[in-house]
Structures are given as structure tokens and as C-alpha cells.
Design a protein around this ligand. Structure first.
Ligand code: ZN
Length: 242
């Protein structure tokens, strides 16, 4: 059970675009800012300047460069920030190691998060959640899931099962804008699912399709809809070739 932390509810969550299709999620409360997975520093500095905010913490979901590449530059300018990252990530900057079941308070901004381990895309992958929001990096995407670089199909399937159990209203903040391509794929494996077609219509002209919700994913994400690990594997292999 996650205890609702009132200051999380008034925090504002905005996307900072990076690279081709990455999102660095910016969580701000008054003049303070937390970012999730800053793969690049420049767009974060631009955001800080435009919004007149100060960085106080970074949360990292996994070790891939497009999620951590901006950390050292940000740390250089904001040496007092807290950095949270998976306990089994081998990173070349200092961080507070967190693991499954941990929860922590980012004191300066008074925000509270819990951690779930979701190995599959990588073995170190974790997600951060509060009562209303999930920051899931490359584990879960809108209508899709991350590629398996390190984990087994069983690991990824059980990681997604953990996320399926979250409250359906939980907002899903993934790290990439892959939605339209994912929906096109979903239509090929779940042909009779009308809700996927509706989702396509709803998303086809949007440049920002996030956040999604656990409820949307339960209805239309083929990797959530897979009956068992064999079907999950079949979908994942088809998606890799799509
Ligand atoms: Zn990744």
C-alpha cells in the first residue's frame, strides 16, 4: 500500500523532449524541479531557464545512455542535487541506490516515491511511482513495452504483471514517444480489439500521446493482454520484426 503524499498531488508534470523521441519528465513544485532520465542536459537547462526553476533531484530508471547521458553536466551545475538510481546499476556518478519496495522522500521539494524493480529491458531497470503517477522508463510504453536487451521473456512478463496490478487510474509516463507505431503493431496481433482502433484514431494526429493510464494499457496494450508468457514472447518477437 502506498501512502498518498499530498505534495505529490500538487506537483506539475511536464515533458522535456530529448534526442529523436525521448521524454525527460519534469516534475516541479513551485520553483523546484525533479527530472526523470535526463539523457541530455541541454534541454533540461533550457527548461530550467524558461521556467525559472532549480534542479533538486534526478531519478534514473536504468543505465542506458539516452537516460543518463545528461547527469554529469547537470551535476556540475547543481552539485547538491540528490540522484536516485537502481542499486545494481554501474554508473560513473554518485547516486543513492534504490531497490524493489524502497520508498524515499525528496526532502527539498517534499515529494515521495516508491520503487519497483522491473527487469527485462535491462536487468537494472526500476520504475518510480506515487499514488497517481508511474515513471516507467523503457519497461512499459503506451500500447507497447521495451525490447529485451538483457532480461528473459519470463522476467519481462512478470515485470509487466507487477504494473498491471497498479490502480487503473495511475498515469503512465514512459520515456519514449513510440505510441503510434505501437498501436499500428497492436492492430496486427489483436485484430478484433475495437478499442485499439479507437486509440489509433485518438492518437494519430497528436505529437504528444502521454501520459497514458494503466486502464488504457489494460484494454489495448498487447503485452498486457497476452494470456501467458508464451503469447508474450510471440508478440515480442513479432514486434521486434515489425
Ligand atoms: Zn533503455
Amino acid at each position: 500500500m502506498i501512502i498518498e503524499h499530498s505534495s505529490n498531488l500538487i506537483a506539475k508534470i511536464e515533458p522535456i523532449r530529448a534526442f529523436q523521441d525521448n521524454y525527460i519528465w519534469a516534475i516541479s513544485n513551485k520553483q523546484l524541479l525533479v527530472v526523470v532520465d535526463p539523457g541530455e542536459a541541454k534541454p533540461v537547462f533550457d527548461f530550467i531557464k524558461a521556467k525559472q526553476v532549480t534542479l533538486c533531484a534526478i531519478m534514473i530508471t536504468h543505465k542506458h545512455h539516452d537516460h543518463i547521458g545528461g547527469v554529469k553536466e547537470l551535476l556540475h551545475t547543481f552539485p547538491d542535487i540528490q540522484i536516485f538510481a537502481p542499486k545494481n546499476s554501474n554508473l560513473d556518478f554518485p547516486f543513492t541506490a534504490v531497490k524493489d519496495g524502497d520508498s524515499f522522500l525528496i526532502e527539498r521539494i517534499n515529494l515521495h516515491y516508491s520503487v519497483l524493480e522491473t527487469p527485462g529491458h535491462t536487468l537494472d531497470h526500476i520504475v518510480y511511482l506515487d499514488e497517481k503517477n508511474l515513471f516507467c522508463g523503457d519497461t512499459l510504453f503506451a500500447c507497447g513495452c521495451g525490447r529485451l536487451f538483457e532480461g528473459t521473456y519470463e522476467q519481462m512478463y512478470s515485470s509487466l504483471k507487477k504494473l498491471k496490478r497498479l490502480h487503473p487510474a495511475t498515469k503512465v509516463f514512459c520515456a519514449h514517444e513510440y505510441t503510434l507505431n505501437n498501436i499500428k503493431f497492436a492492430m496486427t496481433v489483436c485484430k478484433n480489439n475495437k478499442l485499439i482502433h479507437e486509440r489509433y484514431e485518438a492518437c494519430k494526429d497528436l505529437s504528444l500521446t502521454l501520459p497514458s493510464s494503466i486502464e488504457d494499457e489494460l484494454k489495448t496494450n498487447p503485452f498486457f493482454l497476452a494470456q501467458d508468457v508464451d503469447q508474450f514472447k510471440e508478440y515480442r518477437l513479432k514486434k521486434d520484426a515489425f
